[in-house]
Design a protein around this ligand. Structure first.
Ligand SMILES: Cc1cc2nc3c(=O)[nH]c(=O)nc-3n(C[C@H](O)[C@H](O)[C@H](O)COP(=O)(O)O)c2cc1C
Length: 225
């Protein structure tokens, strides 16, 4: 199976988005499938490289898009790349291709990743791609571009999700789904409401330390004297 991955992180090869694809690729390479990566930010700065990517995209059977959430959205270079793919290849120009999205974020709640997953599914629909669902991972900031194995127990749940998907890809049983999300996992071993409580307390503490008294003041709580 010809697979191509696109990395949506502005950190490129050093990103957690890449670590997630590397882990998946390792599971597949033991079954002799390779997963070349293309970087949205790199192509944004070097437009000539986009054409190579579009050719690879048009020829691949499975597109794996791995990207973080940046302020509730996909990164600007990735959005631009997807729009250019639509304009260059044309609507419904990727019929016969499958797509898996791996969307991850710092906060643990699934709703953080939902808009990005919707954007990916929308791209698939416009291009005639078979949407095979999204993997949704929360609390990924501490991975910080390390291998998932070296992040230890923190990534255990993520690795088992990726193992299951790798097996499906390998067997050829990854197929179209109606669901937006295949699996949602968080690295943070506590309920989202508790994380929210702790993070709000931390934000208030940091704000106080920086001399910001009223967090509700706009913009960004800075008081002009
Ligand atoms: C500019 C910026 C904006 C971010 N916005 C969000 C956000 O809205 N929600 C969230 O849960 N995480 C957010 N994060 C956290 C990242 O999604 C998280 O750190 C992720 O692991 C980064 O992955 P990467 O190494 O592939 O770039 C943001 C990070 C940055 C740098």
């Amino acid at each position: 199976m010809k697979i191509v991955s696109v990395i949506g992180s502005n950190r490129g090869e050093k990103s957690t988005s890449q670590s997630l694809v590397n882990y998946l690729a390792q599971q597949l390479s033991s079954g002799e499938m390779s997963v070349p990566s293309y970087y949205a930010r790199r192509m944004y700065h070097r437009p000539r490289e986009q054409d190579v990517f579009f050719q690879e995209l048009a020829a691949c059977e499975l597109l794996i898009l791995s990207a973080p959430v940046y302020v509730d959205l996909l990164s600007a270079p990735l959005i631009q790349l997807l729009e250019m793919a639509r304009d260059k290849i044309g609507r419904n120009g990727l019929e016969g291709t499958k797509m898996l999205a791996i969307i991850h974020s710092g906060y643990p709640e699934p709703q953080q990743r939902r808009p990005c997953l919707e954007m990916c599914r929308c791209f698939a629909r416009e291009m005639g791609i078979e949407w095979c669902g999204g993997l949704s991972f929360g609390g990924t900031s501490p991975i910080n571009g390390r291998t998932l194995e070296s992040a230890g127990g923190l990534t255990k749940g993520i690795r088992s999700s990726l193992d299951r998907v790798a097996e499906k890809i390998w067997e050829g049983s990854l197929s179209g789904v109606e669901d937006l999300t295949l699996e949602d996992r968080s690295t943070i071993p506590m309920p989202p409401w508790l994380v929210k409580l702790l993070m709000n307390a931390l934000t208030r503490k940091n704000a106080k330390k920086s001399g910001i008294e009223d967090l509700a003041t706009r913009p960004y709580g800075i008081k002009v004297k």
